[in-house]
Design a protein around this ligand. Structure first.
Ligand SMILES: Nc1ncnc2c1ncn2[C@@H]1O[C@H](COP(=O)(O)OP(=O)(O)OP(=O)(O)O)[C@@H](O)[C@H]1O
Ligand SMILES: [Mg+2]
Length: 306
């Protein structure tokens, strides 16, 4: 299947001389949720801006739905919905009018049924006649999404959709994004929140200093780079990690009741079998054991440190 977005050898050098993108290559497949993860200033907004035709590429090429974003700008842009990082709303307009107007900007014929569907799916229908200035921050953000969906785009860019949004609302946004994916929209979102990428994405790209340092299936990424922890719940508290077990990467909990062993899932031998043998030999009894996978957060931090 041909990618819906194809970015080839993209460079962006701003007028200030700042190189914001460095030889970026990226294919986005139709129907996926792709999370672009990176620290402040990494180049996330610049990459989205170039794909959407708001920032001129210095060199390289981009196609959206097979249309070159420079030569076939209108055709490419009509496939895209963008929810920008900076919210700018028309404070005095009603929700209905502002979303309807956005559709008109793309030269699409009026379609009240579509606008109604979008507003209902974003739980904004009850507020359709409200002036934007009377809405809460989370609702305003949903209005921005409604505007971006007004012209029935195939691809939706969400630049930090949940920055400054509380946990409850963030979960609501995730729901909305999932429903959009089910309706066939391809979604690219940028985020600082690793948990967001972990929760939402099919694939994750990590960008740092203008370079796309990694693109992976989320699950594979977690498997490949992840560390796991094995926790032994002890029958009796220990005062310290016993010297017989000094060769293992072990930590004792503050209450002395659990021993945590960290191991690398990439290693040929996890060391668990020998650890359990040595624990038994040291006369330490445990009631239970469980394992947990390290989070994408730990993976991310270790990547950027490398
Ligand atoms: N219009 C501009 N002119 C000059 N430099 C710019 C411009 N826009 C962005 N930059 C610079 O390009 C680099 C990438 O910025 P960009 O906004 O793409 O990062 P980002 O990953 O979106 O960051 P954030 O997480 O803070 O939104 C930064 O060093 C930034 O200062
Ligand atoms: Mg940004």
């Amino acid at each position: 299947m041909a990618p819906i977005i194809s970015v080839n050898n993209l460079d962006k050098v701003y007028g200030t001389g700042r190189k914001a993108l460095n030889s970026v290559n990226l294919d986005i497949m139709a129907g996926e949720i792709f999370a672009l993860l990176g620290p402040n200033g990494a180049g996330k907004t610049t990459l989205i801006g170039t794909i959407c035709g708001l920032v001129n590429p210095t060199s390289g090429s981009i196609t959206v739905g097979g249309h070159d974003i420079v030569r076939d700008y209108r055709a490419a842009r009509s496939l895209i919905g963008l929810v920008p990082q900076e919210l700018h709303t028309d404070a005095f307009e009603s929700v209905w009018d502002t979303v309807t107007f956005s559709r008109g900007l793309f030269g699409k014929p009026k379609n009240p049924a579509h606008i109604e569907k979008v507003l209902r799916s974003l739980s904004l229908w009850e507020r359709k006649d409200s002036k934007i200035m009377t809405l809460s921050g989370g609702m305003k953000r949903r209005v921005m999404i409604a505007k971006a969906l007004s012209h029935e785009p195939q691809v939706l860019f969400l630049d930090e959709p949940t920055a400054g949004v509380d946990v409850e609302l963030r979960k609501g946004m995730w729901e909305v994004v999932r429903e959009l994916q089910q309706s066939g929209v391809t979604i690219i979102l940028t985020t600082h929140y690793i948990e967001e990428a972990e929760e939402m994405a099919d694939r994750v790209g990590v960008i740092n200093n203008g370079e796309l340092v990694l693109v992976e299936e989320k699950a594979a990424l977690m498997r490949k780079l992840g560390k796991k922890q094995l926790k032994l719940h002890l029958a009796e508290p220990l005062p310290a990690v016993p010297p017989e077990l000094a060769n293992y990467d072990l930590a004792l909990s503050a209450d002395g009741l659990s021993l945590v062993y960290t191991y690398d899932t990439r290693a040929e031998h996890t060391g668990i079998t020998s650890l359990l043998g040595d624990v038994r030999a040291a006369g330490i009894r445990f009631n239970d054991l469980d394992t947990s996978q390290s989070s994408l957060e730990e993976i991310f931090v270790s990547l950027l440190r490398a």
